[in-house]
Design a protein around this ligand. Structure first.
Ligand code: 5AD
Ligand code: SF4
Length: 455
């Protein structure tokens, strides 16, 4: 194996922040001659970029590590070596416990220490085939991480850009404040520089990421900037399509709401988790907003941008949730009519306040409530999609479709749109007539001169 032909497989679990982090880890390793591959079988280095938000997350990671054993043994038999690293939120939460329970693991690196990845890999390499105890790096040094992650590579016309990390809200069910740490915002100039690099690489759409992205308050010229100001500055730099996710209702300030009306680059889509429609449950969740407050924000956002697609997150069966309280969630969902939403059964996260709360709801009750909520949300999504039929809009063409001659892109409302289009339009925003709608996607047709068949 020569330097320059080293292969890394990064497996991404969970949210978009992890997708971004995986890309940045690949960027950080690239100067050392590491090339990304699509499977562990083809790799010399496997990094599991883990997520802790779903149930039994740590157990799933341990069983995935177990599955790498065979590949590792085969590699050793050939006189080679498979290096295994665990990154992400499970790495942060479990730390040295991973080293103890999974001796196969060479290093553990928390989400705030990715800039240390090349050194960790080099250190493991220097130890040779014998290996040794896993190296554990779970310090919190977020600013340093971003500053030292190196050049940014683009991977298609739509890119993620993390502008904020961590959370100070401490919702009673959530591990994020413990795994990702306190809320921090990247300085404005750093964000703009990364966006410029993406634009130069042909990126058309940027999704600004943060666990609490609308709480953004990065240092900029003249003091801290809010998210709306950052969005306007990115639009002025030439970013044609801008999105942000995910947000807390209490950080939806008037400037951000106004931007939905007056910044054309800001796409008409808002992911604003509500979790529950019951004020008692919201209080128990430590959400610090009410159902009415949430509806008032949605009304304001819709006044600014009437066609906006509203998305959200729901949890059913939070400890103590009664049938009547669940009905309040159904009523809230009916009132909002989401274009799209995620919904989950509450499940315990060790170390969070709700995990020890009395009144845990039986699994069967949670499942039944979730099914009812999901039926309602699916009907709302289908209704939203159907209402888009007949509109002419801009679709960013991102990837080939399943059929020859087809491309798939995203509408401004974040729906997948399938259409016949020449491959030369890949990566571009095309004018499209939305012709028909299914529950999860739309079909469209090119309009205007670009629709003319190629000679
Ligand atoms: N149980 C169920 N859902 C959860 N979420 C976060 N923690 C839990 C949990 N313990 C959901 C919330 C959050 C989304 C990212 O995941 O709805 O908004
Ligand atoms: Fe978790 Fe979001 Fe609540 Fe923060 S605001 S604790 S990330 S659910």
């Amino acid at each position: 194996m020569s330097a320059g032909d080293r292969r890394v497989f990064i497996k991404t679990y969970g949210c978009q922040m992890n997708v971004y982090d995986s890309e940045r880890m690949a960027d950080a390793l690239a100067p050392g001659g590491w090339r990304a591959v699509d499977s562990a079988e083809d790799a010399d280095l496997v990094v599991l970029n883990t997520c802790h938000i779903r149930e039994k997350a740590a157990e799933k990671v341990y069983s995935d590590i177990g599955r790498l054993r065979e590949i590792s043994q085969a590699r050793s038999a050939e006189g080679g070596r498979l290096t295994i690293g665990v990154a992400g939120c499970v790495a942060q939460a479990e730390g040295a416990e991973i080293a103890r329970r999974a001796p196969l693991v060479d290093f553990v690196v928390g989400p705030q220490a990715y800039h240390r990845l090349p050194q960790l890999v080099a250190q493991v390499g220097a130890r040779g085939a014998a290996g040794g105890a896993a190296l554990v790096e779970t310090e919190f040094a977020p600013e340093e991480k971003f500053a030292r992650l190196g050049a940014r590579a683009a991977r298609g016309p739509a890119a993620f850009l993390t502008v904020q990390e961590g959370c100070d809200k401490f919702c009673a069910f959530c591990v994020v404040p413990y795994t990702r740490g306190a809320e921090i915002s990247r300085p404005v100039e750093r964000v703009l520089a990364e966006a410029r690099a993406l634009l130069e690489a042909g990126v058309v759409e940027i999704t600004l990421l943060g666990q609490n992205v609308n709480a953004y308050h990065g240092e900029g010229p003249g003091g801290p900037w809010g998210l709306a100001r950052l969005i306007r500055a990115l639009a002025a730099e030439g970013v044609g399509r801008i999105r942000y996710t995910t947000s807390h209702p209490n950080d939806m300030d008037d400037d951000l709401i106004a931007a939905h009306g007056d910044a054309p680059a800001l796409m008409p889509y808002l992911h604003l988790p509500v979790q529950s429609g019951s004020d008692r449950v919201l209080r128990a969740m430590n959400r610090r907003h009410t159902a009415e407050g949430y509806l008032a924000i949605i009304a304001k956002v819709r006044a600014a941008r009437p066609d906006i697609a509203i998305s959200g997150d729901f949890i059913v069966g939070f400890p103590g949730e009664t049938e009547a309280e669940f009905e309040e969630t159904m009523a809230l969902a009916s009132a909002v009519r989401h274009a799209h939403a995620y919904s989950f059964k509450y499940s315990e996260r060790p170390g969070t306040p709700a995990a020890d709360a009395p009144g845990q709801v039986p699994e069967a009750v949670k499942a039944e409530r979730l099914a009812r909520l999901q039926a309602l949300l699916a009907a709302d999504q289908a209704r939203f999609n159907a209402a888009c039929v007949g509109r002419e809009t801009e679709v960013l063409l991102e990837r080939p479709g399943r059929l020859p001659g087809q491309l798939v892109g995203r509408s401004p409302w974040l729906q997948s749109v399938h259409l016949d289009a020449p491959a030369s339009l890949m990566g571009r925003a095309a004018r499209v007539l939305l012709a028909s709608a299914g529950p999860n996607s739309l079909a469209g047709a090119l309009v205007g001169p670009q629709a003319a068949p190629r000679a």
